[in-house]
Design a protein around this ligand. Structure first.
Ligand SMILES: Cc1ncc(COP(=O)(O)O)c(C=O)c1O
Ligand SMILES: N[C@H](C=O)CCC(=O)O
Length: 428
């Protein structure tokens, strides 16, 4: 272990819970000390000891153009010189809202916020205000940020640390959250049959990315759409992760489903804190100051963050952007799967656009239960061996991975080559 990383971790733990400002970063489930990152460029990150890694975390998704892309950095620099924050509307916010409405046909109006959590929390409140109902449906292992109603049987760090429902959430709040199995449409139908009139919304990750990666089963998203329409409930696609990541129109474009509300984050901030929720005009018109559902933010629509987001989205509009990223992600997952097969290691991998999953299980998981049955101890050994070899995967068996436009064949092939050696060691 490198000395400066360890020293920083020791120091951080004295003043910050777990030494980190977001739990998954702490390496708790994989063991060891987290790498403290000092800089990042393109497909690479450098830690505090100067060791570099090919990065498959990508700041947990936002870095789709690669780290510190010159166009994004310049947009930030230029915006910052004009003022960091005004607390008043700006032209860039109008540009961003128009762009999001143009890119996502389901979105007539949009409100900018500062994180994915704010986006989902606000969308839930809006759905409740619009329908006059309290209950919401979410799926086990899906993570929608850390608002109280959504921290029930959630994924990401909660799943990683084996405590999927957070402390501090009153039972009176949690009782309004109905938790069902992802990809089990029959289960959702049953609940709507019994309680459809109480349900304000279904919130779903259209491709689950916080319990590793799980694709929606054929007909699952279509079924959710139908049930929401039949029961006058609001269908919320949480595209904080999938938005402009799995394709140019997000998961809703990829699967051809029109949600009522969409939540966004990550890519639309280009690495700066931005989130958004938007959708049907009749629903969005319930948001203050037009309607009675209150939502606000001192730094909402931050001019610097919006400049970064606009620059990031412009880069994704370049011809061939998604074709390239999709092909490279596929090259990675196919290469890893082939390397594991050669070594005789039980392993599978899958990808959607620039998002991927690696699983120590014979088949690609289709449910939460499948993911839970994968070999986590082997994942941890794989993770550390790859890290030592200079390849930075998410420090948890329950997180999706991300490829950026800066990952070319050279980077992907170097990772697959390293994995070949690592799998050989795992087989032994
Ligand atoms: C699908 C999904 N929704 C919501 C969130 C919350 O976003 P944030 O971490 O920006 O609050 C995340 C990530 O953390 C996410 O992956
Ligand atoms: N899975 C989370 C986001 O998508 C990981 C980010 C975090 O919680 O720090």
């Amino acid at each position: 272990m490198n000395s400066r990383n360890e020293a920083l971790f020791q120091r951080a733990q004295r003043t910050t819970p777990g030494g980190v400002n977001s739990p998954v970063r702490a390496f708790r489930s994989v063991g060891g000390a987290p790498r403290f990152l000092a800089r990042a460029e393109g497909a690479r990150v450098w830690d505090a000891d100067g060791k570099d890694y090919i990065d498959y975390v990508g700041s947990w998704g936002p870095a789709i153009a690669g780290h510190a892309h010159p166009a994004i950095v310049e947009a930030v620099r230029e915006a910052a010189t004009r003022g960091l924050s005004f607390g008043a509307p700006t032209e860039a916010e109008v540009d961003m809202a128009e762009l999001l409405c143009e890119l996502l046909p389901s979105v007539d109006m949009v409100r900018l916020v500062s994180s994915g959590t704010e986006a989902t929390m606000s969308a839930i409140r809006l759905a409740r205000g619009f329908t006059g109902r309290d209950a919401i449906v979410k799926f086990e292992g899906c993570y929608h940020g850390h608002a109280d109603s959504l921290l029930v049987k959630a994924g990401s760090g909660l799943l990683t640390f084996g405590n999927p429902s957070s402390g501090g959430v009153p039972a009176d709040f949690a009782k309004h959250t109905i938790v069902l199995d992802y990809n089990d449409l029959a289960g959702v139908e049953e609940v709507f049959q019994a309680r459809g009139h109480e349900i304000a919304a279904i919130i779903v990750e259209p491709v689950a990315g916080n319990m590793n990666l799980i694709k929606p089963a054929p007909g699952f998203l279509e079924g959710l759409r139908r049930l929401c329409t039949e029961h006058d409930a609001v269908l919320i696609f949480d595209e904080v992760m999938t938005g402009f990541r799995v394709g140019p129109l997000g998961a809703q474009g990829l699967y051809g489903i029109t949600p009522d509300l969409t939540t966004l984050g990550k890519v639309i901030g280009g690495g700066m804190p931005v989130g958004a929720f938007g959708g049907r005009r009749d629903i969005m018109e319930k948001v203050a100051p037009l309607g009675a559902v209150y939502q606000a933010g001192t730094l909402s629509g931050s001019p610097v963050a919006v400049a970064a987001g606009l620059a990031s989205l412009r880069l994704t509009r370049e011809p061939g952007f998604y074709e390239g990223i999709t092909a490279h992600t596929r090259r990675l997952t196919e290469g890893l799967a082939a390397a594991a097969r050669e070594a005789g290691v039980t392993f599978s991998a899958d990808a959607v656009g620039g998002m991927f999953g690696v699983y120590f299980s014979a088949a690609v998981p289709a449910s939460f239960a499948d993911v839970m049955a994968s070999d986590r101890e082997r994942f941890n050994r794989f993770f550390h061996a790859m890290l030592d070899a200079g390849h930075y995967f998410a420090p948890s068996a329950f997180e999706a991975g991300f490829v950026s436009a800066a990952h070319g064949e050279a980077e992907i092939d170097a990772t697959v080559e390293a994995a070949r050696k690592v799998f050989a060691g795992l087989a032994a």
